[in-house]
Every structure is written in C-alpha cells, then in structure tokens.
Design a protein around this ligand. Structure first.
Ligand code: ADP
Length: 496
C-alpha cells in the first residue's frame, strides 16, 4: 500500500480522521463525538483538552481500520471549525478557560458596544467581517476579562491565543509551534485582509496585545513536524484551513467566479473572487479563500439560516414524513407547487435581507393544497434563498457565476438540485465524493509535500456524481422568482 494523507477534520460536533490515497479515494474514516457545554443560554463552550484527545484518538483509530502504521502517513492535513477561541498559558500550554465556540454569544454585548461607538464600518472594510460575536476578537476580550489578571498576564507575554487549527498544531508539536494559516486568521476580525498581517487598529480596538497572536502561515505549507513522542516518528504538518474554505478547495473552485454551496442545516456559500478582496454592498463577508506560495486568493461568503432545518421542520414539526429523503418523492408526486410559497424565515432572514425581526410564512394556500405542495415549496425555498445569495455575490464581484458545486446532506435531493439549476439558470455539479471539507485539506497538504503534483492533477482526480443542467423556460423562471420576492416582501412588511 502506498502512503496516505491523514486529514484531521475537527468540527463543532465531532472530530474525524480521514485517510486519502494518491487517487483521492477515502481509505478509512474514524469519528469521535465531542461534548459541548452550555453554562448559560446562548453560551457554547468546549474543553480544548478533549478536542485534542479526540483528535489523537481518531488518528490511531483510522490507521487501525486501514491496517496502516504511522510510517504510511505522508502528512497531516488540518481543517477545523472556524472562529472558536482558545487562550492558553505559554509556560505550561494549559488553557485558561474552555474554548468559546463560534456560536457562543457571551461576547455579543461587547460587539453591541463597539457598534454604538461607531466602529462597525471601518472594521468591516478592514477585515471583511461584520461586528458580531461569532468572530474571535470579542471572544479573546471576553476571556481576558473573565480570568484573574487576564489583561496583565496577556501584556506580560504569559498568554497565547489560538483558533482550533493553531491549538492542534501547538499540541502536535508539543508546544514548539504557535502558528495559524491565513484562512483561520481571516475569521478572527484581527486580520487586515489587504496586507495579510494582524491589524494594529483592530488589536487596539479590543485591547489585545500582539504577543498573544500566532504567526500567520500559508494554507498549504509544511509548517513543522509532529513530535516523535506522539506518533512514533515526526510527521509533516502540511496544511491548515478553515472548514468552509477547505470545502471550496475540495470542490476545486479554483478559478474566479466559481461558487460552492453546502446544503446542511443551513447553507454555506463561498465564491472564489480571485486575488482581490471584495467589499460587499449586501452584507456578505469577505474572507481569505487560501494562501499558497505567499499568494492570497479571496472569497465572498454568505449563508442561509434555514435550509435542511426547514426540511427537518416538515418532518418533526409538521410530521409530513419520517425521513428527510422522502421529501424528494413527495415533491415529485405533484407537477408544481401550484402557487404555494414557503418563506422559512424561522429565525429571520440572512443575506441579502438581514432581517432578524421577521418570521416564516406559507403563502397562497388553496383548498387543493396538500402536504406534497408544501414540501415542494419548502424545497424550492432552499433554492430561492441560494439564488438570492448567489445573485448578491455576482453583483458584488461584478461577475457571472461560472458553476455551482454542491455538497452537504440536502444536496442528495435530486429534485432540489434540478430546481436549483433551473432557478439559477446555471449548471449545478455534485461531486462523487461528499467529503469535500477533508478532501480540500488533503489537497492542500498533498500539494505542499508533492503527494499530489498540481492543481491540474487534482482536477483530473475530481469526479462528478451528477451534473444538473438548467432547463426551465426563462419566462417561467422569472415569474417564479418574482413570486418568491413578493412573498419575501410580505414577510418583511407584515406587522403583527
Ligand atoms: P449538518 O452538517 O449541518 O448537520 P448535513 O450535511 O449532515 O448537515 O445535512 C443534514 C441536513 O440535510 C438535515 O437538515 C436534513 O433535513 C437535510 N437533508 C438530508 N437529506 C435530505 C434530502 N434527501 N432532502 C432534503 N433534505 C435533506
């Protein structure tokens, strides 16, 4: 057996190790669930030591499953939940607080205060990120304010900040390296997108000492080796990359204008915008897609709050079916939604509407409307919401989207994918391998070590499961979009 790349996919709910061979096939997968702690409503924390222990565990388990040894690993590739914030002592490597997970809201009041002081616009312009508790900056501030002498210890160079990639590398090298990559750095709200360096004004805004921060590296680069004491020999650590950016690369959206959409609980869309960060006029995020050989590629990012979750609601809330996959045959049992429009704004609407105050609605019901029509209309709403984000991206980047690459649970739904292609009037490509996040990290690592030769070789390895070509009549497409936008207007103007 030739060598494998060991991709470590450290996600919010679990840690996984996935072994890829030189043809980008999955050789083995091991997974371990992670505990989350909810000390107060809206707060989400994890134990950094548990994160690390779970990673070591899955690496050994994946190798055992494939009957391979440490000698067979070409390199480690790391992809991770983004923004999650860890502060640890430099002297001992011990975390001073549990990790504040990206969803955690304890620093929201700090962000509100910065907004009121008028800092949102320049921070958005500088970092590409809106002023929100998701990002690491306010989380670091919160931790320093909630441990004894936090600020003083940070200023005395006693404390270090890490995102999860950086924490794992610190542990893998037994404290030798304190590094991160440009994609993870771009989610801290402390990175100047244009210069690629930590931004002094952002650090000042949050009163965070620069000595806490990791060094910023390429996404694809051998940054160091795991300690021999851990895995019997030093193994190259050859990539680190935030999960959504990994999926963009795993989908090989390598040229400007290519977009990937992950249809999970929500949708995550990223568009490759080439060598320039783009300032969105629609509230989309601007971020680093990857940095290779010192050259940065940028992306626009937008998300849909309710995607697969709306299908879960049909299943669990309305009890229309037992399995999410049954939504497909139900939708196809009618030839049309017959005018029914579902706006699943259960927690408001994200980009490009940004209305947290609105609620969901089912419109234009008739006596003949059945659960099939409601299911079909709900699936259609995933495609419409995706259309709105893609449209905002195209306007911001002033380019037409070239292709939509899709992954995630709901991308298995053939009806949805065909409708998506029709509504976008663009081909939708679904890859054979759904493990795009881990694959992207493995691609970056393989390019750094020579395990994979070139992006061209990767393009030849990437195989399609199915291509969905648009086939809807243009007048009908525009009429459907018009109906959707009118329904969104109704929801946005409704006063209860
Ligand atoms: P996450 O990583 O966010 O948990 P997944 O990528 O595992 O999400 O996808 C699960 C989501 O996709 C669920 O919300 C589920 O309702 C939805 N889903 C799964 N299969 C289908 C399907 N065949 N049709 C429509 N929705 C689906």
């Amino acid at each position: 057996m030739s060598k494998v790349i060991c991709a470590i996919d450290q996600g919010t709910s679990s840690s996984r190790a996935i072994l890829f061979d030189s043809q980008a096939n999955v050789v083995a997968v091991a997974q371990k669930e992670l505990s989350s702690y909810y000390p107060q409503p809206g707060w989400v924390e994890q134990n950094p030591e548990e994160i690390w222990a779970s990673v070591v565990g899955v690496v050994y388990e994946a190798l055992a499953k494939a009957s391979l040894s440490m000698e067979d690993i070409d390199s480690f590739a790391i992809t991770n939940q983004r923004e999650t914030t860890i502060v640890f002592e430099k002297a001992t490597g011990r975390p001073v607080h549990f990790a504040l997970v990206w969803q955690s809201r304890q620093s929201a009041p700090l962000c509100e205060a910065k907004k009121e002081e008028g800092h949102e616009a320049w921070v958005y312009q500088r970092t590409g990120l809106v002023m929100d508790a998701y990002f690491s900056a306010s989380k670091i501030r919160w931790i320093l304010d909630h441990i004894p002498n936090g600020q003083k210890r940070a200023e005395n160079n006693e404390l270090a900040f890490s995102t999860v990639d950086s924490w794992l590398i610190y542990k893998l090298t037994q404290g030798k390296l304190h590094v991160t990559d440009a994609t993870n750095a771009s989610r801290t709200q402390l990175l100047n997108l244009k210069t690629g360096e930590w931004d002094e004004d952002c650090l000042k805004l949050w009163n965070i000492p620069a000595c806490m921060l990791p060094e910023i590296k390429n996404t694809s680069e051998v940054v160091g080796y795991s300690a021999s004491a851990l895995f019997s020999r030093p193994i190259p650590i050859a990539s680190m990359v935030g999960d959504q950016q990994a999926a963009l690369f795993g989908q090989l959206c390598v040229s400007r204008g290519m977009v990937k959409n992950t249809y999970g609980t929500g949708c995550f869309l990223l568009m490759n915008t080439g060598d320039q960060p783009i300032q969105s006029k629609h509230g989309l995020l601007s971020t680093v897609a990857w940095k290779m050989n010192g050259k940065t590629t940028y992306a626009l990012e937008g998300s849909v709050f309710m995607a697969g979750a709306a299908i879960q609601w049909l299943r669990d809330g309305l009890k229309l079916f037992d399995q999410a996959s049954e939504s497909e045959s139900l939708a196809l049992s009618v030839s049309d939604s017959e005018g029914v429009v579902v706006v699943p704004a259960f927690i408001g609407l994200g980009a490009p509407y940004w209305r947290h105050d609105v609620q969901g609605a089912i419109l234009c019901l008739s006596r003949g409307s059945t659960k099939a029509h409601v299911t079909r209309a709900t699936l259609e709403s995933l495609a419409y919401q995706t259309y709105d984000v893609v449209n905002a991206m195209s306007e911001d980047a002033q380019m037409k989207i070239k292709a939509l690459k899709v992954d995630g649970g709901a991308s298995r739904n053939q009806f949805l994918m065909q409708f998506q292609a029709d509504i976008l009037n663009t081909a939708v490509a679904r890859p054979a391998l759904n493990e795009t996040t881990a694959l992207g990290a493995a691609f970056f690592a393989g390019l750094a070590t020579g395990f994979y030769e070139s992006v061209d070789q990767l393009l030849s390895l990437w195989s399609m499961d199915k291509m969905f070509e648009p086939s809807m009549d243009e007048a009908l497409r525009l009429a459907k979009l018009d109906r959707w936008h009118k329904a969104v207007d109704v929801v946005c103007t409704f006063k209860s």
